[in-house]
Design a binder for this molecule. Structure first.
Ligand code: C5P
Length: 409
């Protein structure tokens, strides 16, 4: 699983998973397992068609409890012979409901309130967030009836995970393939998240930059972009509109995040400048190269051409400093500092020198807190005079804590 989705804050949440008759529904088993690894417990409902492809036992074996298959208690193969109101149970116990894979008929039932079997009854009686991830033949998906039902469900405010395009199980090509599991996984985390960043426009810079000297050689650093990706994902889950300015090699991000891939510091600076006037918050995690080699030209440098080669460097623009200085009163700026010593002193100095509202520093030479590590332990200081050391946390959990701190600024 992608590291940037590994939040522990969802542990203890409860999910209800609806499964329809599609061969893609086998992926619900894998997702159930991933949610369970995050500490999220699940109940499952299988339609009659789903049971033609998969058995309740498969879900039970992976920890789902209960698994509903019929509206009426005591039915054959029903693990719920004492629950006389099975259609109301998920509504009373689950924090979110996801249908994966959703068939055209289940979508039609939901769009029109037709509650003639267990899954649609439970979904209609569910008051919380509903996530729908369909999968079907491309001709069924593009049929005007399905398009209309999708539009109705969209207008109703459900969290929809649009299918992908490509080759489907029946070997036809087109839109209708179930979205990638991590897209559905992230949509469910969003359904389980507080929406305290709703309406907030957040820009995150992440990853390294690459400063080319000749067409085949560049100056860079070992940043992986995991800290920035975790912040972009956490802000997205909590309802923000997120723009991610990604240096080369930055990790996968959910498709709900606007991703802008850039290469050099100058490209990142130019993109950040363009976006900044419409942003409320800027989070600058990118390990921007402070210097760029003066380019040699359009041809490759041949290794025999000079002895004692000297590389000349020029300073790059400081994106955080420049946007921090130009910020409007409603805009907030968060900077990061990768240090090798004097952590508190450097964090406080950069907080003021860069006109930041919050600065997060770590020691890159400590185990569990450097470039590419899955975890980080940091010292944070803010412009209101508050500061704290946060212990070693996974980068997604640290991102969650930073956003909570930012909310209170
Ligand atoms: O000055 P220093 O590079 O240590 O500052 C680190 C902070 O400044 C980080 O938030 C980094 O993303 C940002 N930065 C920047 N543009 C640069 C250099 C650093 O935005 N050219």
């Amino acid at each position: 699983m992608d590291e940037q989705l590994r939040f522990t804050v969802f542990s203890g949440k409860r999910l209800h998973i609806g499964v329809c008759g599609s061969i893609a529904s086998y992926k619900a088993l894998d997702l159930l397992r991933r949610w369970s690894d995050a500490g999220i417990t699940s109940g499952v409902t299988m339609t009659a068609a789903a049971r033609q492809f998969l058995t309740p036992l498969a879900f039970e074996a992976l920890g789902a409890s209960p698994v509903y298959t019929t509206l009426y208690a005591g039915g054959e193969n029903d693990s719920l012979d004492r629950d006389i109101f099975p259609h109301l149970s998920p509504g009373a116990s689950a924090d979110a409901f996801v249908i994966v894979a959703a068939s055209a008929s289940t979508m039609a039932r939901l769009a029109h309130g037709l509650a003639d079997e267990i899954l649609s009854c439970q979904a209609l009686a569910f008051p919380g967030p509903l996530v729908i991830a369909p999968a079907m033949n491309p001709r069924m998906w593009s049929n005007p009836a399905t398009r209309k039902n999708w539009e109705i469900l969209q207008k109703r405010g459900h969290i929809l995970v649009e299918p992908d395009s490509g080759r489907v199980a029946c070997r036809e090509e087109g839109a209708g393939r179930l979205a990638k599991p991590h897209e559905i996984y992230a949509a469910v985390l969003k359904a389980l998240s507080p929406q305290d960043f709703s309406g907030v426009h957040v820009m995150v810079t992440l990853g390294p930059t690459r400063e080319f000297w000749d067409p085949v050689r560049f100056w860079s650093n070992p940043s992986t972009g995991l800290m920035g990706a975790s912040l972009a994902v956490a802000a997205f889950l909590r309802g923000a509109t997120v723009h991610a300015l990604c240096g080369p090699g930055a990790p996968w991000l959910p498709r709900g995040i606007a991703r802008h891939d850039v290469l050099s510091a100058k490209e990142m600076y130019s993109m950040a400048n363009d976006l900044w006037p419409t942003m409320d918050t800027g989070i600058f995690t990118a390990a921007v190269a402070d210097f760029a080699p003066i380019p040699l030209g359009e041809h490759k440098f041949k290794k025999g051409s000079a002895e004692n080669l000297t590389l000349r460097l020029t300073p790059n623009p400081d994106i955080l400093h420049s946007l921090g200085r130009a910020k409007k009163p409603h805009q907030k700026v968060v900077g990061f500092a990768a240090e090798t010593g004097n952590l508190e002193q450097e964090v406080r100095r950069k907080l003021s020198a860069k006109h930041a509202d919050m600065l997060v520093g770590n020691l890159v030479n400590e185990p569990g807190s450097g470039f590419g590590a899955a975890t980080n332990s940091v010292f944070i200081a803010d412009a209101q005079g508050r500061s704290d050391y946060l212990p070693e946390l996974s980068k997604p959990d640290l991102a969650w804590r930073i956003l909570t701190w930012l909310c209170a600024l």
